[in-house]
Design a protein around this ligand. Sequence first.
Ligand SMILES: *Cc1c(COP(=O)(O)O)cnc(C)c1O
Length: 384
Amino acid sequence: MADQLANNLAEIAQQGLYRSRRIIESPQGINLQFNGRSIINFCSNDYLGLAHHSDVIQAFKSAADDYGVGSGSAHLVSGHSMAHHALEEELAAFTGRDRALLFSTGYMANMGVISALVGRNDAVFQDRLNHSSLLDGALLSGARLKRYAHADTEHLDALITESKARKLIVTDGVFSMDGDFAPLPTLVQTAKTNGAWLMVDDAHGLGVVGQQGGGVLAHYSLTQEDVPILMGTLGKGLGTFGAFIAGSEVLIETLIQKARTYIYTTALPAAVAEATRASLKLVIADDWRRDKLTQLSERFTSGAEQLGLSLCASNSAIHPLIIGDSQQAVTISNALFEQGFLVIAIRPPTVPQGSARLRITLSALHEEQHIDRLLDALDKAYKL
Ligand SMILES: *Cc1c(COP(=O)(O)O)cnc(C)c1O
């Protein structure tokens, strides 16, 4: 076994696809401590800077006193506390849906929902650039999986045939590795015309875009009737951990009965739910965080243009710089690291072959000087 695995690992390394972890010695934020060195973080999903906010930490600590650390069991056994319940009600109100249901992670929410809603005789239509958890959910369900070209609603139209089977269209709201928005108004029409259900995973939009951070559905003013299944994560814009599905009463009750990743897993700690209640208040109240992200994004985009860097068009806090070659992306990422910036190279299979990139993400806690310094460092790293 050891020989075979070592050979496989050597192959991965040879393709420039070897992954390794950096051990961070500081709290989350824009300034990280690594190996005793301080480094500026440009690759976190903590877009609003709430992961280390004092209100969120305080809520977490006092809930740990009130509830303990572990939740003890699954939600359906004895793990569903007042804290979880209150957070579900607040998330439902926040997203303008009838109800919300907490899951322990976004990966589990996507696996659980898709496999609870469709099965072997059904069909799932997914954008080619959807998050892996959505693809895995479809594979687990046993439904026929059809992938349409990125944001190509004509391609989707061509695939979505007349059949009696259930049809589920699934898309990222804000694409995680590209930062662009799904063409949701058209997808809503396509779903309605073809009697399909529509699910949006708004992991990267929630808190960051739309009025009061309501996400990409708020941005497009789409209701529960337009998009019956909404998935949101709590570990990105909201700065904590976990995920939820929001939708109608019957959707949520169906998931409680049928979603295996909901039923057969321990509830997330109540203290995480209380911390999230605190961060949700900040998400709603602090328009300045979103305004700041917009300003920083504009500064970064125009600076990158002046340097002749090829950025993807992005409406979010995610700004990918496409490099192409995996090894080259790693080289540039390492050069940035030497200059004090953490920007991770994203390589296949996370992104399509030949589209390795630097995924630069901004935080409301960055300052203009950080952006300017990153641009300088990029300019130098490219000239190496
Ligand atoms: C991060 C992410 C997930 C998974 O959420 P976790 O809570 O981290 O498991 C799902 N979908 C998308 C689009 C994501 O970016």
